[in-house]
Design a protein around this ligand. Structure first.
Ligand code: PHE
Length: 513
């Protein structure tokens, strides 16, 4: 039977035949300029055909550290000291003088002295009152320690376990003198079996390489004759720079789905809004600070907004002046229709849910009505990491009979739970148009922090009565910040990123939601 092998495997076989003796896998991979994994897969093929194999060998490699390497060149400290003594023809010298001459570190100097004494090449005496050394030998042959040190000149790395006993002792001394580095590693030694050694390469057929297996190959069984081109599944695919949906839009779409799944309908309203819907209908007094130019963008064109039906405008006016039929005493000032006609960039999407409430009145609709709105709002605000002058709110109302604050808490908890925030906390708050009012914070486990998300509450009778929405029908309302959620969602520390659009970050975003 002819043997069929991949081209790479044939090359490995050829090389192993040439080498004859056992060889280290790493060296072969390097010589063939192929990946270690590729080589071992070829070796595995040799094993399958009983042509070769590998065995593992534990290595205990030793080499010199920098200090050791230096001593190979200039000699161990004891030799350096001896060289000074011999060169200058010194017979006796004080330790201090020799230390100065040697330029060695004190510690190393004393190691040198102690080794010279051990060798009995010098002796030390204080007989003269000074601490002196005397040269006492005549012959200073290369020591055994110096001989092993020399071994590293030819071979940077030695295999500790293969050294003879006496050399091992010497290496241990070098090791104690902190001149040695040790490394343990496992080598794979490749070998050919007798069959591998004797087979003629010319007898082996090369498998054709293909990158795909077709159904014909499978049904006819010929796939066995092909060498499947390997591919590395750990390699990243090419970077696709195609267009994709912006992360913020992805998030908005997710929010839409959550509200739709909870039975809500989406509404939208104008960005250019009348002060009437933005403020007056929400029982915000005409001298309220939020209406000031520094908080609100007023528009010159159009200068005036159309107001809704006269009787409703009147109902709002009366509520402001004396409470109308809401049971309130109102703000007690003369309401000005021109102030209500001013045009603004809506400062909150509550203006849009307010319009929905007016529509509820006009169409004489039945409860319940559940609507939401994710849209842009504008405030004359200094822009920084956590504030934008143009931002997005997640707004909504529920018009229904006998609904309570508990329903509102349940609803917002459910919304945030579906968005992936497990815990929310509510605190009393204040808005001119809700009573009671509630601030909402969510717990963000990644930061172990509570983060404020926005306001909510039950619309006051002063807001709902002018539109015929009276007890026991109530309106639950909320307005939350989208960019706040987005920051947590996408781990961005700067809100402006969603509009500045750092290109690298956008490229990292997934194509799918
Ligand atoms: N409009 C408020 C804001 O912009 C939020 C809010 C909406 C509060 C509805 C109560 C009810 O912060």
């Amino acid at each position: 039977m002819t043997i069929k092998l991949r081209k790479q495997t044939i090359n490995v076989l050829k090389l192993l035949k040439k080498k004859q003796s056992n060889v280290i896998a790493n060296d072969i991979a390097e010589e063939m300029n192929i990946d270690y994994i590729v080589l071992m897969s070829a070796v595995n093929e040799l094993i399958e055909h009983n042509l070769g194999g590998f065995k593992e060998e534990e290595l205990h490699q030793i080499s010199l550290n920098d200090e050791g390497k230096k001593y190979v060149k200039i000699g161990l400290p004891e030799r350096q000291l001896l060289n000074i003594i011999l060169k200058e023809g010194i017979k006796e010298i004080t330790l201090d003088e020799l230390l100065k001459k040697s330029n060695l570190d004190r510690d190393i100097f004393y190691i040198g002295i102690s080794n010279l004494k051990k060798k009995r090449w010098i002796s030390q005496s204080k007989a003269t009152g000074e601490n002196k050394i005397f040269l006492i030998a005549e012959d200073f042959p290369q020591t055994d320690l110096e001989k092993v040190l020399k071994k590293f000149e030819e071979n940077n790395i030695l295999d500790y376990s293969k050294l003879p006993k006496n050399e091992i002792n010497l290496i241990d001394i070098l090791n104690k003198r902190k001149l040695i580095e040790r490394k343990r590693k496992t080598n794979r030694i490749l070998y050919l079996t007798d069959a591998g050694k004797s087979i003629a390469v010319s007898k082996i057929k090369e498998l054709t390489q293909v990158s795909k297996i077709t159904s014909e190959m499978l049904s006819s069984g010929t796939w066995k004759n092909y060498d499947l081109k390997p591919f590395d599944v750990t390699k990243p695919g090419p970077l696709l720079k195609a267009g994709k949906i912006h992360p913020l839009i992805n998030l908005i779409n997710e929010i839409r789905e959550v509200f739709l799944s909870m039975g809500f309908t989406e509404i939208r309203g104008p960005i250019i809004e009348s002060a009437f819907y933005n403020f007056d209908a929400l029982f915000q007094p005409q001298d309220h600070p939020a209406r000031e130019m520094q908080d609100t963008f007023y528009l010159n064109r159009p200068m005036e907004a159309n107001l809704p039906e006269k009787d409703r405008v009147l109902a709002v006016q009366e509520t402001h002046e004396n409470g109308g039929d809401s049971g309130s005493s109102g703000w007690g000032y003369a309401w000005d229709i021109n102030t209500a006609k001013k045009t603004v960039l809506r400062t909150h999407t509550t203006a849009t849910t307010m319009r929905r409430l007016a529509q509820f009145y006009r169409n004489n609709e039945k409860v319940p009505v559940k609507v939401f709105c994710v849209d842009r709002a504008f405030r004359n605000e200094k822009v920084d990491k956590t504030h934008l002058a143009e931002f997005t709110q997640i707004e909504g109302i529920v018009i229904d009979d006998n609904v309570t604050l508990c329903d509102l808490i349940g609803l917002l908890s459910e919304f945030y739970r579906k968005m992936g925030f497990k815990k929310i906390v509510t605190r009393p708050g204040f808005f001119p148009y809700t009573e009671p009012s509630m601030e909402v914070s969510v717990y963000y486990d990644k930061l172990d922090e509570w983060l404020e998300m926005g306001g909510s509450g039950i619309f006051r009778p002063e807001v709902t009565y002018p539109w015929g929405v009276k007890e026991p029908t109530r309106v639950l309302a909320w307005g939350q910040g989208l960019e706040r959620i987005a920051m947590l969602y996408y781990g961005r520390k700067d809100m402006r990123d969603f509009y500045i659009n750092p290109i690298d970050w956008l490229r990292q975003q997934s194509y799918l939601k």
